[in-house]
Design a protein around this ligand. Structure first.
Ligand SMILES: O=P(O)(O)OC[C@H]1O[C@](O)(CO)[C@@H](O)[C@@H]1O
Length: 541
């Protein structure tokens, strides 16, 4: 094993945290602030371009010390070295985890099996750059000599969620091409996306690391059929490009070698937006913008790699998650970006976090006897305030939330932005302080309303939030944000002693779907449970 296996619950730090939890579980955040005038300034970190304020969490400096101790005892520093050092920490697939090499400076050396991978990464980036520049300048044209106007990205999971999230997030910086993303094998998704497109000016980017994914291959075949019917088979070569590690399969599909953008098996699908999987992003914002995104991520990588745990933002975020998940028994985490541009961030993080850490077998192959992966969900503020915030404020569940906000709006709409951010700050304050029965009674009295309403209007408060306040949404700050969450995943996986970089849990459904598809397409049914049989009969008739 690249670093020692352990049971986190058998560490000294875990026992100390359990005892400490008993001391802290009934403490109210309001009281923690009243008792410690330095709390806000001590439980925060400044990073160029943003402020990380974790003071509104149900913890003290002692909690942080104990959590940092847990990270130490579970070998986080050693694991970090293995991660950045190209060791095959994705042990069940025999692969290294080197998405960080994709954003390393050109002169860096990242060794994998004794070979520096950076020159090869740079070579592929140069190919991406010249392709993007040619498409955006109009030099690279479709088969009938017209410049491209639309790009259709066909992929699913990591081959879709990263590119679509980033493209939407950076819509302000787009250079003019219209981007479309088709992921679902639901044929209506493809047809809706193709509606109104001109095949002569449309570029298809088929993205699949494995090039065996049923959904992507089905969508790519149907898109090709649509295209051939409207234009011609000969024109396919000018309009279809692919991103994959599986070059023979791509060629078998009919995409020529010069139109294939390679990637590597040491880049996990859900961490691949920094690779050629990000081609659609680069086509949307231009290659310089894509480089800025990588540079932002690289800045976070360096911070994560070099800073001691107590100063390290991804480590602190991972530890905060563990504190609620394993000691408070919280089941989920809310991610609430206060910008409409980040409306796909929660969906992106769902794959990144839940596919990585939704595991119940430890690194020795034994079942874990503690909680692992968090459930992640969220929507942009202020919309989410009018949807599910009721439950966060007054429900029975503890839902720690990350609030992500920006000091400036992109169009400089100050009046709107002040309103947006007033809500942002108000929510974290309200969640923390709540509203006591006495305050409510007083208010009802002043308003001449019935005292019987008081219990319904009480807010217990003590609802934890972490604030990430960025200067501005741009490729660089977005790169930092995404890399931060990536490293948070790593930290938690190490402490929980699970393999974060495989995804065996998605396989069973894929296998069964193949059998069921042949059942649907044939006259008879193979053996299923009585419910599935009844449903299949109903579907077929
Ligand atoms: O890029 P591919 O190989 O088509 O895979 C798509 C997605 O399928 C998964 O393997 C399983 O959902 C993801 O990890 C991956 O991002």
């Amino acid at each position: 094993m690249s670093f020692p296996s352990h049971n986190p619950t058998e560490t000294k730090a875990w026992a100390a945290l359990e005892a400490h939890y008993q001391e802290i579980k009934h403490k109210h955040l309001t009281e923690l602030f009243q008792n410690d005038p330095n709390r806000a300034s001590e439980l925060k970190k400044e990073f160029p371009g943003f402020l990380f304020d974790y003071s509104k969490n149900r913890m003290t400096k002692k909690t942080v010390e104990l959590l940092v101790q847990l990270a130490k005892e579970t070998g986080l520093d050693q694991a970090k070295q293995a991660y950045f050092g190209g060791e095959k920490i994705n042990e069940t697939e025999g692969r290294a985890v080197l998405h960080t090499a994709l954003r390393s400076p050109a002169n860096a050396a990242v060794e994998l099996d004794g070979k520096n991978v950076v020159p090869e990464v740079q070579e592929v980036k140069a190919k991406m750059k010249s392709f993007c520049d040619a498409v955006l300048s109009g030099n690279k044209k479709g088969s009938s000599g017209k410049a491209f106007t639309d790009v259709v990205n066909i992929g699913i999971g990591g081959s879709d969620l990263g590119p679509v999230m980033i493209t939407e997030a950076l819509a302000y910086y787009q250079k003019g091409l219209r981007l479309h993303f088709v992921s679902n094998v639901d044929g209506d998704h493809l047809q809706e996306s193709l509606k109104g497109l001109d095949p002569e000016t449309t570029l298809f980017v088929v993205v699949s690391k494995s090039f065996t994914t049923q959904e992507t291959l089905a969508n790519a075949q149907s898109a090709r059929k649509w295209f051939v019917e409207k234009l011609s088979t000969e024109a396919v070569g000018d309009h279809f490009i692919a991103v994959s590690t599986n070059i023979p399969q791509v060629e078998a599909f009919g995409i020529e070698a010069q139109n294939i953008f390679p990637m590597w098996d040491w880049v996990g699908g859900r961490f691949s937006l920094w690779s050629t999987v990000g081609l659609s992003v680069a086509l949307a914002i231009g290659f310089d913008g894509f480089e800025e995104l990588l540079a932002g991520a690289a800045a976070m990588d360096q911070h994560f790699k070099e800073s001691p745990s107590e100063e390290n933002i991804p480590v602190l975020m991972g530890l905060i998650g563990i504190w609620y998940n394993n000691f408070f028994g919280a089941e989920s985490v809310g991610v609430i970006p206060y910008t409409q541009y980040l409306h796909r961030l929660p969906a992106y993080l769902q794959q990144a976090i839940m596919e990585s850490n939704g595991k119940s077998t430890d690194r020795n192959g034994n079942p874990v006897d503690y909680q692992t992966g968090e459930i992640v969900w969220g929507e942009p503020g202020t919309n989410s305030q009018h949807a599910f915030f009721q439950l966060i404020h007054q429900g029975t569940k503890l839902i720690p939330c990350d609030f992500i906000g920006y000091k400036k709006s992109l169009y400089g709409e100050k009046e709107h932005h002040d309103k947006l951010m007033a809500n942002f700050f108000a929510q974290t304050e309200a969640l923390m302080n709540g509203r006591s029965l006495e305050e409510v009674q007083e208010e009802l009295k002043n308003q001449g309303q019935g005292a019987h309403l008081a219990p319904f209007k009480v807010f217990a408060g003590n609802k934890p939030t972490t604030t990430l306040l960025f200067d501005q949404l741009n490729p660089h700050s977005l790169g930092m944000l995404v890399a931060l969450y990536e490293h948070r995943i790593f930290v938690q996986g190490v402490i929980w002693n699970i393999f974060s970089y495989d995804q065996w849990g998605v396989e069973l459904g894929k296998i069964l779907a193949k059998t069921i598809l042949s059942d649907i397409q044939s006259d008879s049914l193979t053996s299923h449970d009585s419910s599935t049989t009844q449903l299949l009969q109903r579907y077929k008739n």
